[in-house]
Design a binder for this molecule. Structure first.
Ligand SMILES: Nc1ncnc2c1ncn2[C@@H]1O[C@H](COP(=O)(O)OP(=O)(O)OP(=O)(O)O)[C@@H](O)[C@H]1O
Ligand SMILES: [Mg+2]
Length: 130
C-alpha cells in the first residue's frame, strides 16, 4: 500500500520544501520507492533535485494536470518522471501559477491531483507532495 504525504501550510517559508526533500531522501535511503511531486510554481524542489532551469522543462505537473482537465491522454511515464538515484521526481515550473488561476473555473478541481496520483501510486511506496 502506498502512502501519499502532502506537506502543506498556508504560510510561506516555513520549511515545507526542506521537509519534503529530506523525507523523500531518507525514505529512499531505506530502499522505499519514493516519488516527490513538486506542486509549487516556485519549483524549489525541482531545482534542489538538480534542474537549474525549470522553465525549460517540457513536461511538468501542470502539463499533466492540464491534460487531465482537457481529457487528453497522459504521455508515457518515462517522458515526465525524472529519475534520480533514490528519488523519482515530477517537476514543476512557473506554469503552475497560470494553472492555479485557471483552475478556479473547473468543477471538482479538488480531485484532479488525486485522480492523477491514483494512476501512478501502485509504482511507489511513498508519494510526497511539496
Ligand atoms: N529546521 C530548519 N531550521 C532552520 N532553517 C530551516 C529549517 N527548515 C528550513 N529552513 C530554512 O528556511 C527557509 C525556508 O525553507 P523552505 O524553502 O523549505 O520553506 P517553504 O515552506 O518550502 O517555503 P515556500 O513557502 O517559499 O515554498 C530556507 O532557507 C531553509 O533552508
Ligand atoms: Mg517550498
Amino acid at each position: 500500500m502506498s502512502k501519499v504525504i502532502a506537506i502543506v501550510n498556508e504560510k510561506g517559508g516555513v520549511g515545507k520544501t526542506t521537509t519534503a526533500i529530506n523525507m523523500a531522501y531518507l525514505l529512499g535511503k531505506q530502499n522505499k520507492k519514493v516519488l516527490l511531486i513538486d506542486f509549487d510554481g516556485q519549483a524549489n524542489s525541482t531545482m534542489i533535485m538538480g534542474d537549474k532551469n525549470p522553465n525549460e522543462i517540457e513536461i511538468t505537473i501542470s502539463t499533466l494536470i492540464n491534460k487531465i482537465i482537457m481529457k487528453e491522454n497522459l504521455p508515457p511515464k518515462e517522458d515526465y518522471i525524472i529519475k534520480n538515484k533514490d528519488i523519482d521526481l515530477i517537476p514543476s515550473n512557473s506554469n503552475l501559477f497560470t494553472l492555479e488561476r485557471n483552475l478556479c473555473n473547473i468543477n471538482f478541481r479538488e480531485y484532479i491531483l488525486q485522480s492523477f496520483i491514483d494512476e501512478i501510486k501502485k509504482d511507489y511506496d511513498y508519494i510526497i507532495i511539496d
